[in-house]
Design a protein around this ligand. Sequence first.
Ligand code: SF4
Length: 410
Amino acid sequence: MSAQPGVEADEARRPAVAIPADSATATGRPGPATQPPGTPDRLPDGPAGAARAERNSWLAALDFDRSPFTIAWEITRACAYACLHCRADAQPKRDPRELDTDEAHRLIDQLAGFGTQPILVLTGGDPLMRRDVFELARHADERGLRVSLTPTATALATRERMRQARESGIRRVAFSIDAGDAEVHDRFRGFRGSFERTRQGMRNAADEGLPLQVNTTVCALNVHTLERMVPVLEEWGVVQWSVFFLVPTGRGEQLKMISAEEHERVLTWLHDLSRDAPFDIKATAAPQYRRIAAHRSGSNAGAGYRFADGLNRPMRGVNDGRGFMFISHRGEVMPSGFLPISAGDVRTGDPVDIYRNSPLFRSLRDPEALTGKCGRCEFREICGGSRARAWAITGDVLASDPSCPYQPAG
Ligand code: SF4
């Protein structure tokens, strides 16, 4: 497989770093940062640096009170798989209450109303279970949204469909891989052979020149396999490894999260890895990754990371409802797919207005509204804890995130 198309990051490759048995930052106070949190990584000299600086200033100017950076749209819940950790609790058949094609087109027009070209992730279920998926992608691309796709690795992810994806304007394809070896991955998927199917789907996408992303959900079942993922990601030439930390919602309620100390240990390892890995690393549902990055290197993890496919990283941290929104298959507007509280409905309301003005979204963007440890924490601006996990475990969206062992100074 070809080497990572389009990454502007360090090309150096080195062997995977071992996950340390212990983390110096697990409960300690942050040391002096060499730069304030949020400072972008050093810019290259010359025209490349100037172009990146211009782009960075545009990214920095994005106001998350006005626009999300990323919108995930669950265009269907239908999926041939029934994965152990599925947030969506996906079903084999399409829900008759899904937005139909006309409603979906209207939604895309509404989302274009943000006026800031957010990333639109067409997700599911398996988005390939909708026949109109490429029609919708094309319409979104024409309206200025930056579209990516998260197909399930079934027989539907053919070379022909990947060609259609590329031609419809889809810029990146993300596949889920939950272990570096077939046995654990297949156990997650409940289907022997799914690892090999994933390999084939990724090959089909890569052969069509589509940049690849890998999404991995970390829980007690697979945390010991993460190191083995790295050579696989290198071999497959992915541009980004998006590491999701289990939020116990949907079918994921049945799985065991890793402990707060293990979160810290894995995030610290990821931060080490990010320094030299030939792919970008993004932590999802673990915003304390930014605290760790700020503490260890004074940078905002991944801030401003740029890709040739245009699906760049924002300068500031995205969190549930703050730079991120989710639209369910039935058109409910939610702060995230892992935080399934509806703040409104696109059939009866405007998603732009819901994002900007609903009390739920507004409270999630206010660090002063946080309670408990996160409310006292000096990192609440750049982190704020996973609001989805706080809700899943305590029932309160503004409570502390139990996955973080950090003890604030305040
Ligand atoms: S205590 Fe909360 S706000 Fe502070 S670093 Fe941990 S999760 Fe983030």
